[in-house]
Design a protein around this ligand. Sequence first.
Ligand SMILES: Nc1ncnc2c1ncn2[C@@H]1O[C@H](COP(=O)(O)OP(=O)(O)OP(=O)(O)O)[C@@H](O)[C@H]1O
Ligand SMILES: [Zn+2]
Length: 721
Amino acid sequence: MIPDGMAVATGCRVRIPLRNRDSTGTVLEVGPPPQTNYNLRLVSKLIDPDPLITPQLMKLGKWIAEYYVAPLEQVMRALLPESVRQEMHSEKTRKIVEIKEMPDAEALEKLAKRAPKQHIILKLLESNSGMMSLKDLGGGSVTAAVKSLVKKGHVVLKEEAVRRDPDEDQEFLESAPLKLNPEQVVALEKIVNPATNDKGIPKPILLLGVTGSGKTEVYLQGVQHALDQGKSALILVPEISLTPQTVQRFKSRFAALHDQVAVLHSHLSQGERFDEWHRIRKGEARIVIGARSAIFAPLTNVGIIIVDEEHENTYKQETSPRYHGRDIAVLRAHFEKAVVVLGSATPSLESFQNTQSGKYELVRLDQRADSQSMPIMRVLDMRIEAQKQKGRLAILSDKLRLSMEKKLENGEQIILFLNRRGFARSLQCPPCGYVCECQHCSIPLTYHRTEDRLMCHMCGYQSLPPKKCPSCGDEAIRLQGFGTQKVEEVIQKVFPQARMARIDADTMRRKNALRDTLNKFKAHKIDIIIGTQMIAKGLHFPNVTLVGVLNADLGLQVPDFRAGERTFQLLTQVAGRAGRGELEGEVIIQTFTPHSPSVQFSRHHDFDGYAEQELQFRNKFLYPPFAHCALLGTRSTHERRAEFTLENLHKRLKKDLPPQVELGEPMPSPLTRAHGQFRYHLMLKSTSARALHQHVKRILTATPPPDDVTIVFDMDALGFS
Ligand SMILES: Nc1ncnc2c1ncn2[C@@H]1O[C@H](COP(=O)(O)OP(=O)(O)OP(=O)(O)O)[C@@H](O)[C@H]1O
Ligand SMILES: [Zn+2]
């Protein structure tokens, strides 16, 4: 309860005595006290006179809690960084000593004899325009002397706030805006004067621009326009540590406004995050760049929200609340009446379909900005290569090896890409490329070693693994695969002179490791980079003339209806790293399935063609964007209990199932056991998001799990492991 006269508002933090202890909480709603038998407590203290959470953000939080079926407290935790919520890291301050009144010459002379230290301090201060930090004066060794000077009235001791700047060690040279090409001019115009609905809310914009088309320059000038209007700007990037170049470009362009740019990401220390957050809230920082959670930055008067590489999976939060940063960006822009720009060379089909249905505006950049041509794409059939290199793992085709040789001779640089993801293994036949698929869902079946079974991870269909390839009859159908480490070994043997670096989750653990390696590559201290999807994003290296994709199929073999989309995106993005300078670029794609649409359409840089056939497939099997897919899972250290709990939930969900919702069978996850926990899951599909999350919420609320079982619900799930 609120004591009389205390101005508590929604979004403020308050202290309440609970169990003899003062606890901190955030006010979700203010209203008359409810009828209850509980003993209601009075708020003992109002911490923030102004709400920490703006009304728009509060609205966003409530929406997230409902849609993603997450407890509101959990959502509040996502909204407010821990350091801010707990007041753990109050402002960092330093002590400043300032001259108040210098003693006259006579007194000064006396001081020099009797208290030489005090004399020196005064002299030092005098030669430093009367003011120095206590630390610079000598810190602990002079505190006593300074105190005496304070007592005598010669100096004063003050506290001054200092900002913990995460990029303190870096310098950013101001970059001038480029003269836009005609396509960019049109794009910027649409952002500056967006189409609006009848309530004056701008329509979201999908900026579909081929790799190297100058999307970033359009973002920069769009942000500039918002600032000129006195508004603030929010820029989301997939992952700060993976996109150092994009962040650098923003920091450089707005270098003159240095203190108005805030960066939010997971590598900040608690103190840095505290400072950045409060600078934003006070309106000192009006440009915010950050990863997913920066969508909750406490900016006011937002003019523009940009989501760079909007198709990236990293925008989806993997713990509850499992929100999608891009979707929340669109929603926040709507609440704030701001323009939102989703940019990508390979947009998600969800966003693209929204342009087809008229919900979003489609803006295109079809040419590379500096009139470089798109790289030449070659597709290499590894089935033939596998026969040639009998018995060995076919990692490097002759064609790719020869091309690498030539580039190295010319002093040009090479990126080798290995798209290795997921744990799920499907069965593929090397001589013919055939992959075992589910007849109902058209996704690869996953091989479960322990049961010696093939399973469909969408619907639960099971079958025995074939002894021979059903397509060509060869017995070579088997599990296969190689990782980046193996590739590095092989390349090292073939090109002993070349300088190379491997970029993957294992080698890039150290903070700034990626930035440092990329800087070395830029300075041409490295000839070849071998990497996973970590290197597919937004990199710009003019001297890279060859990109090799070692096995394009790996991404196609995961039990996920988005596997094709992801492969198309990765191939297109990776290919876009080649030929970004004066020299022409070449891309060699090694694959066992040269005719798959992902390979063929990316080869021709044809997003529209790809989207058209993929949307047909999605429509036929009723997958997103034509339906919502969600995953309901159980996790427990006791396998039977995880299984049993899910079966029980399944039974209850089946009863009164809304007609729009389709319910899959419970089954072990492809990643059957992780962190000592057994995992089971089932899929839900629905043409109505609301019908789905309401039904699940009702059942989950009525069916609390046993203590040793955790329930996971993932609305609009992106992964199915
Ligand atoms: N109007 C312009 N005139 C000249 N050069 C330009 C112009 N706009 C962009 N560029 C340059 O073209 C190159 C590619 O631009 P940019 O990196 O912004 O493209 P992008 O669309 O963001 O690419 P990607 O999607 O591959 O990350 C950069 O070197 C950039 O400086
Ligand atoms: Zn199936």
